[in-house]
Design a protein around this ligand. Structure first.
Ligand code: MN
Length: 355
């Protein structure tokens, strides 16, 4: 089994790469979004930071260029890590694809160019989250074993999204009180189908998999907007949108386990089905208790998912993609994030040959 690390922007340095390899990770999944354009927003939806602070550590939208990605790949390789995937397009690059806005076709051209670049660099998967509201309504607290701090959710965020924002990011400073008009669920699926139809030929040619992350949290509406993949059957609906070997899932098992109408046994049937069908681009593995909109994230060995059973299913179907812990509880010590990740990867590697 291949286990990897998710690298956020501030982690793209030698120390983190060394640490990942020391934990036993062999692959890297990189989030470029955090510094290449979109800005996180505060609780009142105002962009955080000044324009000068937009690009972190001098890194800019050029991070999507061949030279920048090839350099990053070499750096990973120097540490014994394979640059497997990039996770999420920047809202600045594709807001009008999500919103069906006036720049849609020029943004699709840019996304195709990015996919071709990934192919040339040799990055196997592009993960994306076709979501207008993105991740929202998260809370944090001492929810995991021993009071370890982790994420959760307590009810739906129903505030409308200001113009200038998609996900929890601003792609331009909001100019007035206008908010995004709510769209129907069918309309969102239609936009996703058009996205796949436009992108998959380029992905096939480039040898890059497009992998869809489910909506986290998986609820019917968030911030008045519909959610795409929010029920167990929606993973298959996503695959059926456009048939292509490059149309895959960024299979987030934490989100699957949070789905309000996923039966306890059904979770394993869904995993088995998509593993057997070869629908998976790569896997996010984390554990939770309870269901959206009132779930809590916990350590891999204390939630509703039976992780050794999940790994046994994947092994039985010769799953050859990468598995990463998308996030873990923070542990009480001088390096809370590192120890959480070390525990997660160590646990996964220990389970990999059991069952
Ligand atoms: Mn995930």
């Amino acid at each position: 089994m291949k286990f990897g690390f998710g690298f956020y922007c501030q982690m793209l340095d030698d120390d983190y790469m060394r640490f990942a390899r020391q934990c036993g990770a062999t692959h890297a999944v990189v989030h470029l979004v955090d510094y290449t354009g979109g800005r996180r927003v505060s609780h009142d939806d105002q962009p955080v930071g000044s324009d000068e602070g937009w690009g972190r550590a001098g890194l800019t939208l050029d991070m999507w260029s061949y030279d920048a990605l090839a350099r990053l790949r070499e750096r990973f390789e120097a540490h014994g890590l394979v640059f497997e995937a990039i996770e999420n397009f920047d809202p600045a690059l594709w807001h009008d694809v999500l919103l069906d806005g006036p720049k849609r076709s020029e943004q699709i051209d840019r996304l195709r160019e990015i996919i071709r670049t990934l192919g040339k660099v040799g990055i196997r998967v592009m993960g994306y989250n076709f979501s207008i509201a993105g991740v929202a309504a998260r809370i944090t607290g001492p929810f995991a074993r021993g009071g370890a701090e982790s994420a959760g959710m307590d009810g739906i965020d129903d505030r409308p999204i200001p113009e200038g924002m998609v996900w929890n990011m601003a792609w331009r400073t909001p100019t007035g009180p206008e908010v995004l008009t709510p769209v129907s669920e069918d309309e969102l699926w239609e936009r996703h189908r058009r996205f796949l139809e436009d992108m998959l030929p380029a992905a096939e040619e480039a040898g890059v998999l497009l992998a869809a992350h489910p909506d986290d949290p998986p609820v019917e509406r968030l911030r008045k907007q519909p959610r795409l993949i929010r029920r167990p059957g929606d993973f298959q609906r996503c695959i059926d949108q456009v048939r292509s070997p490059n149309n895959r899932l960024e299979f987030c098992l934490g989100t699957l386990a949070e789905m309000p109408d996923a039966g306890d046994e059904e979770i394993y049937e869904i995993i088995e089905h998509h593993a057997a069908a070869g629908n998976i681009g790569y896997i996010h593995l984390r554990n939770v208790v309870d269901r959206a909109p009132h779930y809590r994230e916990v350590f891999l060995d204390e939630g509703v998912l039976d992780v050794p059973r999940v790994l046994a299913i994947l092994r039985r179907h010769d799953y050859n993609g990468v598995i990463i812990p998308d996030h873990t509880p923070l542990m009480s010590c001088p390096a809370p994030w590192h120890s959480g990740m070390a525990f997660a990867i160590g646990y996964l590697r220990g389970c990999a040959h059991v069952g």
